[in-house]
Design a protein around this ligand. Structure first.
Ligand SMILES: C[S@@+](CC[C@H](N)C(=O)[O-])C[C@H]1O[C@@H](n2cnc3c(N)ncnc32)[C@H](O)[C@@H]1O
Length: 208
């Protein structure tokens, strides 16, 4: 945990900054309004991040996927969208290191009617044998390249052979070099969309 004199990061496990809750609105492309409680000390607390909106607008349909994961769920815009779009019996695992974000995500899932389908957990609470049909993520680029690569490798390895990961990354935060790194690791990577300085990448499952 940072000392009071250190800046608080959105990926701190327990943000040191005080709480100041408010709500933000997310209108899904299918027309549904999702209202989300946010706070200080979580990623993009004043508005739903434009990259997150782009991922939500461009990610392929979830079809009959049953095990879905949002890596780095924050206050939940991606996890809740997945749960609203997924099959009735699907489970969305919403994973984050930031405890304040996890509390918000669970409250937001409940308030938007999908609390029963969203399991909000810390990374160490993810079952060892979890195999993901779909992973969506606006990943924590700012944790640094080695940590980011380790995080993504761990989640790509959990994808089912026909599973897919969808990532959104800012172009000027290294989206293209990240895509190159994924491809060099032997996984099929496709640029699904490129808009307003963001790239949406899909990554295939199975052995690299
Ligand atoms: C760019 S933010 C995206 C948040 C949210 N999905 C959104 O779109 O607003 C990335 C999130 O990843 C979380 N994070 C950082 N390291 C992580 C890790 N090792 N495992 C899971 N989440 C992590 C951060 O706390 C942060 O909430």
């Amino acid at each position: 945990m940072p000392s009071p004199s250190e800046p608080s990061h959105y990926f701190d496990p327990a943000p040191s900054v005080g709480s100041r809750r408010r709500t933000v609105d997310l209108v899904l492309p299918e027309g549904r309004l999702v209202t989300l409680i946010t706070d200080q000390g979580v990623f993009s607390g004043d508005h739903v991040d434009p990259g997150t909106r782009l991922l939500i607008a461009t990610a392929p349909p979830l079809d009959d996927a049953r095990t879905l994961v949002d890596v780095g769920c924050g206050y939940g815009p991606i996890a809740i969208t997945m749960a609203l779009r997924a099959a009735e019996d699907a489970t969305v695992w919403a994973v984050d290191v930031n405890e304040r974000a996890r509390v918000l995500c669970a409250e937001n899932a409940e308030a938007n009617g999908v609390g029963a389908r969203v399991r909000v957990v810390a990374p160490e609470e993810v079952p060892d044998d979890l195999v993901a049909d779909v992973v969506w993520s606006n990943p924590p680029i700012r944790i640094g390249k080695p940590a980011l690569h380790a995080l993504l490798t761990g989640w790509f390895d959990r994808l089912a052979p026909d599973g897919t990961a969808v990532l959104v990354v800012q172009r000027n935060l290294g989206a293209d070099s990240l895509a190159r790194w994924i491809g060099e690791g032997g996984r099929p990577v496709v640029r699904l969309a490129s808009r307003a300085g963001y790239r949406v990448l899909t990554v295939g499952g199975g052995d690299p």
